[in-house]
Design a protein around this ligand. Sequence first.
Ligand SMILES: Cc1ncc(COP(=O)(O)O)c(C=O)c1O
Length: 509
Amino acid sequence: MSAHGPWGPLPLPAFLQRRAFSKTRTKGLQLDDVNPHVRNAQYAVRGELAIKSEQYRAQLHRGEGKQLPFDSVISANIGNPQQLDQQPITFFRQVASLLENPLLLEKEDVLKNSLGYKPDVIQRARKLLDDVKSVGAYSQSQGAPGIRQSVAEFIERRDGYTADPANIYLCAGASSGVNALMTVICATPQTGILVPIPQYPLYTATLSLLNAQLVPYYLDESRNWGTSVESIKTALQEAKGRGVDVRAVVVINPGNPTGGSLIAEDITAVLEMAAQEKLVVLADEVYQTNVFEGKFLSFKKCLRDLQKSKKNSDGRFDNVELASLHSISKGMIGECGHRGGYYEMVGFDPEVVAQIYKFVSIMLCAPVIGQCFVEMMVNPPREGEPSYQLYKKEYDTIYQNLHDRARALYAAFRDMEGVECQNPQGAMYLFPKVRLPRKAIDAAKKAGKSPDDFYCLEMLDATGICTVPGSGFGQEEGTFHFRTTFLAPGVDWVDRIAEFHKKFMDQHR
Ligand SMILES: Cc1ncc(COP(=O)(O)O)c(C=O)c1O
């Protein structure tokens, strides 16, 4: 097949030649045809180990796998609370049931007297339905106005500074917010975004998809995975030297996979640096209620404090561009399957905001039921209201269980030979460093695996516990880590890890 021009045959573009002349082609779309940026994107949290663990789980479920050295699979690889038996909070689900089936509201007596629905559940469902009309209808692109108002009031209560509902965007989980913001920021293949290492791989994967530049900066493991501005500045200078046009800095607080929670000085230092270097700050605060030490401090509060302080006498912090994200997926709500979240944008140029608005309108709107969960998360039952007692009991129990398991895992890691682990401060993860013996590193090489992959695979094969190797999040060259959640019920599985580790070290000594 060829095309003809006035001077004879014309060469076909490579992609047409591949399509026209390939004898082996059976499909219109083969791997080679797929967008290379999609092919290159990596997302370890659901990678090889997760797939193998699902195969083990299916085997055990079918009553096979008697030869396996474990009788259950523990998915400690992903922060998916309700898959790991975290119970949904009753108030949220009761309201959701009425939103999904408003006909039930015509039977208030049955709801109250037979099903134990409290009056505030019914009131909340009516209020939300007033705002969205039906959870089966599209909302405004930015999200239902009444829900954005509730989010603004929540931010105001949390930070002590006003928030404007016009600056709030409801989204299908924080992931879709990050996607919208990064898509708008990543203008050219030379655009760069500073991302902490280790990081939640959404950021590196999205940069790959957008064909933009990852500018990694390292967190300080010796300071409980703190954010060091020096390390950000070094990464920034190095990237500028390579001709990268750095436009934004991502901070995850509390951290995934590190569990670290930032102190005010670190947050302020990032904001000062952002003001000086004209960088957009993307503050991923999805773990803001999973804090075990100290108190969560938002970037927004620190920015407003800074703007009010003497340091701002010349107005240098007035124009800092900050987007802060929150989600219904984590915390004690854990409704990640409902896909809800929001981001608040302050300090952005209105023309840029218009482009973000256009981008989100192309996606129409976030799932409306997810938006309603956002409203309930930011405006839960208050003291004195009929559902409060049960809500508080459920919330506190989940929090306490998470904290207990975090401590049990931490204590076990501290006792393991060659393992170093930072004190659990927040989020849902521990990220211990393992000093692997030379023989283990050689065995990994022989198996064609990186040493941390090898260690985690051996752990899965021996215990049924699925974790994620540190390389999936990034780690300093020559160090090996793995990430485990502390969501799985009970603490006895922690002993399985300790036993495996001892055997592994003995075997490779
Ligand atoms: C730091 C961080 N940001 C964002 C997300 C995505 O959350 P969502 O379910 O709201 O999209 C996760 C999920 O694990 C996360 O750990």
